[in-house]
Design a protein around this ligand. Structure first.
Ligand SMILES: [Zn+2]
Length: 116
């Protein structure tokens, strides 16, 4: 596992705030990140475990092969692409603005407690 649960939660909260209609799919994607294998097969080719754990979907150059993606067309944020986005964000250190903000707030709260 890369990154922390806190970072994953931060990423999801941030993305769900910006795109509320994706909240359900973001949570499914988080499930994939936590419980299914996500492996790099080559340059911008990834394999993401399916939700039922019985197969894999290949995401090549941002294009997924799942039926949801094929039905909606190019650029559709299916849960595999979202899972890959979350995975790669965590891999890159994840410290997105939302996570950092939460951390700053926590630190500030701590300082205020100390000085009181
Ligand atoms: Zn997909």
């Amino acid at each position: 596992m890369i990154g922390t649960i806190e970072e994953l939660r931060g990423l999801i909260n941030d993305a769900a705030m910006r795109r509320p209609h994706l909240t359900g799919r973001l949570e499914k994607a988080a499930f994939l990140v936590l419980l299914r294998p996500i492996e790099r097969l080559g340059t911008d080719i990834w394999r993401v475990g399916s939700e039922d754990g019985l197969r894999f979907y290949t995401v090549k150059e941002g294009e997924c092969e799942c039926s949801d993606y094929l039905r909606h067309g190019s650029g559709h944020p299916c849960k595999h692409r979202i899972a890959l986005f979350l995975h790669r964000s965590l891999e890159n250190g994840a410290r997105g603005p939302a996570v950092q903000k939460q951390r700053d707030r926590a630190q500030r709260d701590n300082q205020e407690t100390i000085t009181e």
